[in-house]
Structure formats: structure tokens, C-alpha cells
Design a binder for this molecule. Structure first.
Ligand code: RB5
Length: 128
């Protein structure tokens, strides 16, 4: 099961990622937020990272404006390997070389279409 969350800076991309997971029939849970209102990214990063850390979820996806804040938060949790990807190479390496169990994206760095492509690459890649 995949868990997904964002802050306001990543909300639009988060919604598109949820649509992708639904389209692919991948079991998932939206951990918020529910709209574009300004929120504190650590609150939402902790929900996803906590679920991955305690085994409630297999993996997660987090989106904030840059991806930096969510990465910092998520990597404080035991058993979490959160990787920030900006392009197809880093998305692929995040799985192949780092076995990242949380993919982090910057909603103000990549377009919605690019972000969805990065999620596809990470989902489809195999840990080497
Ligand atoms: C929110 O304005 C912004 O700081 C946040 O989305 C993220 O980029 C933090 O790292």
C-alpha cells in the first residue's frame, strides 16, 4: 500500500499522482491535504513517513514546493529512505541504487506532467 501527501506547494502534483495510482489500480491512501490552503509541510511529511516507518505502508510519495523540506522530515524516521528526484535519472537511481521507499518531488521544480512521469519511472524501476 502506498501513502501520498503534500503541502500547498505540491498539492496539484499530489492530486495527479493519486489519479495515476488509481489508474494503475495500485492500493493507496491520500494523507492530505484536501485543498490548496497553506499548511505546514512537516505535519504531512510525518504522516507518510510514520506509516512507512511503522510498516502500515510499503512505500510513499511526498511533494512540497522544493522537495527539500519533505526529504528532511521523512529521513528522520527509522527505516525510511526518502529520495528527492528532479529528473528521470534521479527518479530511476532512487529505486535502482538507493531502494528509496519514499519518493520526494518538488511541485515548484517540476511540472505536473513531469512529476507524474518521475513517479512512473520510480514505480517501474527495480532495486539492483
Ligand atoms: C512552502 O512555501 C515551502 O517552503 C515548502 O513547500 C517546501 O518547499 C519546503 O521545503
Amino acid at each position: 500500500m502506498y501513502v501520498v501527501a503534500s503541502d500547498h506547494g505540491g498539492f496539484e502534483l499530489k492530486e495527479a499522482i493519486l489519479a495515476l495510482l488509481k489508474e494503475r489500480d495500485i492500493e493507496h491512501k491520500d494523507m492530505g491535504p484536501v485543498n490548496l490552503d497553506s499548511v505546514d509541510y512537516p505535519d504531512f511529511g510525518a504522516k507518510v513517513a510514520g506509516a512507512v516507518s511503522n510498516g502500515d505502508a510499503d512505500a510513499g510519495i511526498l511533494v512540497c514546493g522544493t522537495g527539500i523540506g519533505m526529504s528532511i522530515v521523512a529521513n528522520k524516521f527509522p527505516r525510511v529512505r526518502a529520495a528527492l528526484a528532479h529528473d528521470s535519472f534521479t527518479a530511476q537511481m532512487a529505486k535502482e541504487h538507493n531502494n528509496a521507499n519514499i519518493l520526494v518531488l518538488g511541485g515548484r521544480i517540476v511540472s505536473v506532467a513531469e512529476g507524474v512521469e518521475l513517479v512512473k519511472i520510480w514505480l517501474d524501476a527495480e532495486y539492483e
